[in-house]
Design a binder for this molecule. Sequence first.
Ligand SMILES: Nc1ncnc2c1ncn2[C@@H]1O[C@H](COP(=O)(O)OP(=O)(O)OP(=O)(O)O)[C@@H](O)[C@H]1O
Ligand SMILES: [Mg+2]
Length: 237
Amino acid sequence: MKSRPSAMTKSDGLPFLDDAAIRMFRVGKQFGEVSALKDISLAVHENDFVFVTGASGAGKSTLIRLLYLGETATEGYILVDGINLSRVTRRQVPWMRRKFGVIFQDFKLIPTRTVFENVALVLEVARLRPDEINERVCAVLERVGIADRAREYPPVLSGGEKQRVAVARAMVGEPKFILADEPTGSLDPDSAGRIFGLLEGAHQRGATIIIATHDNELIRAHSGPVIQLENGRMAMN
Ligand SMILES: Nc1ncnc2c1ncn2[C@@H]1O[C@H](COP(=O)(O)OP(=O)(O)OP(=O)(O)O)[C@@H](O)[C@H]1O
Ligand SMILES: [Mg+2]
């Protein structure tokens, strides 16, 4: 791992010197007239397993996007490992994003690359050696149970298979944080259970997991803090 870019300091002059892995303070996100998030303050600690829930349009995906710098907050502060995201420069964004494995609500697999290549890309960007990339990609495809589809292209895969590729891609770099946006959204209960088991495995290996879902069954069946959003605000529960 390269050393931390010098422009960013641990405290960044902010009043939070606690050890939260993720800290949001009075965060807001406006899309023109639409307030997607309002006054969000929360802390996520290392190796937490957190659910973000709420109705469609409540702001779950937006909250996830703010964390991996897919969007920028219009109000408040977000600290990830003590780094103020509003101070991260364009050049530092890829370095910052490597902390996160993201499972997107719409998968975002590259249709013209094979399953293997989609997953390998994460490690190529991180400049790992080809033999190490090969070893790690094969191992993770095996783990998610999709190794036999490694040479296929995403358009021929079922929804559940694409979901597993998305999980493999999020895990292959062994990121500190895994952000999963509706990871079991369109799956039957067996497939959903299997995907969830993979996320639990990553959690046991030390990752901090944040799952956005409106699946209350999933939340009821597992322990962990729940962040409930209602029209972009945190609901008191
Ligand atoms: N890029 C954007 N431009 C304009 N409005 C947006 C954008 N992204 C999100 N929004 C709006 O912000 C609000 C929150 O959207 P978001 O996608 O975060 O909700 P969600 O909780 O993930 O919903 P779902 O359960 O349907 O995935 C919605 O009103 C949405 O229309
Ligand atoms: Mg969403």
